[in-house]
Design a protein around this ligand. Structure first.
Ligand code: HEM
Ligand code: HEM
Length: 200
C-alpha cells in the first residue's frame, strides 16, 4: 500500500489517521459516560471519576492535534477519485458529511477546552501535568461552551451513523467492496483493476 493517497486508493497515512481517530472517538464517548456517571467514591477498573475526566480531556486535546494533522494532510496531498459506484447525489452528500465530520473533530475539543478552562476546572494532562489556564473563570463562556460540547457530541453520532450507513449500504447491499477503500490492508477490487490497467 502506498504511503500517500493515489488517484485510485487511500494510502497508509490517511488510513492510519482515520482509524486512530475512530478508536479515540470511541474512547471519548465511553469515558464521557463513565466519568459523568461514576459516583465520587466509586472505582471502575481501579480508576475514579476524576481519572476518567483527566483521560477524557487529555485524549480530547490529542484528538485536536490529530484532526489538524488530518486536515493538513488532506489539503496538501492528493485525494483519490470518488468510488466509481457512488452516484452524483451520493458524492455531494458524502462531501457535505465529511465537511461536517471535520467541523465536529475541531469543535468538540475546542468547546471542551473552553468549558473546562472558563469553568475553572482546568486540564491535568494525562493525570500528570496541570496545563496553565489562559482564560480564567468566565461563567457565561463556560455555560455556552458546555452546551455546544454536548450538542455537537450528539450531532457527531448522527453524522457518523450517516457516514457508516452509506458505507455499509454500498459494501453489503451493492456488494462493491466499498469499505475496502478505507479498511487497513485491503484494496478495492475496481481500483486494483484500474491500477493493473495503468501499469499495462
Ligand atoms: C473529540 C474530542 C471529544 C469528544 C468526542 C468528546 C465527547 C464528549 C461527550 C460525548 C460528552 C458527554 C456529553 C453528555 O453529557 O451527554 C462529553 C462531556 C465532557 N467533555 Fe468531552 N469530548 C471531547 C473532547 C473534550 C476535551 C478536549 C475536553 C476538555 C479539555 C472535554 C471535556 C468534557 C467535560 C468536562 C465533559 C462533561 C460535561 C458535563 O458537565 O456534563 N471533552 N464529551
Ligand atoms: C469517528 C468516526 C469517523 C469519522 C470522524 C470519519 C471520517 C471520515 C472522513 C473525514 C473521511 C474522508 C477521508 C479523510 O478525509 O480522511 C472518511 C472516509 C471513509 N470512512 Fe470514515 N469516519 C469515521 C468512522 C468510520 C467507520 C466506523 C467506517 C466503517 C464502517 C468508516 C468508513 C469510511 C470509508 C469506507 C471511507 C472512504 C470513503 C470514500 O471512498 O471516499 N468511517 N471517514
Amino acid at each position: 500500500m502506498p504511503f500517500q493517497n493515489t488517484a485510485t486508493q487511500y494510502g497508509m497515512v490517511t488510513r492510519f489517521l482515520h482509524w486512530t481517530v475512530f478508536l479515540l472517538f470511541f474512547w471519548q464517548y465511553l469515558s464521557a459516560n463513565i466519568m459523568t456517571r461514576l459516583g465520587r467514591d466509586s472505582l471502575l477498573f481501579g480508576l475514579n471519576s476524576s481519572d476518567y475526566y483527566d483521560w477524557h480531556k487529555s485524549i480530547g486535546l490529542l484528538l485536536l492535534i490529530l484532526a489538524l494533522a488530518r486536515w493538513i494532510w488532506r489539503k496538501t496531498t492528493p485525494l483519490p477519485d470518488w468510488a466509481p459506484t457512488l452516484s452524483p447525489a451520493e458524492q455531494v452528500i458524502s462531501h457535505r458529511n465529511e465537511t461536517l465530520l471535520y467541523g465536529c473533530m475541531f469543535l468538540l475539543p475546542i468547546s471542551g477546552y473552553l468549558f473546562v478552562m472558563a469553568g475553572g476546572y482546568g486540564v491535568k494532562l494525562f493525570g500528570v501535568y496541570m496545563l496553565p489556564n489562559p482564560i480564567g473563570k468566565q461563567e457565561w463562556l463556560a455555560a455556552s461552551a458546555r452546551l455546544i460540547h454536548i450538542l455537537i457530541s450528539y450531532a457527531t453520532v448522527v453524522f457518523v451513523a450517516w457516514h457508516v450507513g452509506l458505507g455499509l449500504k454500498h459494501h453489503c447491499f451493492d456488494r462493491d467492496h466499498f469499505l475496502f477503500r478505507m479498511l487497513p490492508f485491503t484494496h478495492h477490487r475496481d481500483d486494483a483493476a484500474r491500477d493493473t490497467n495503468n501499469l499495462g
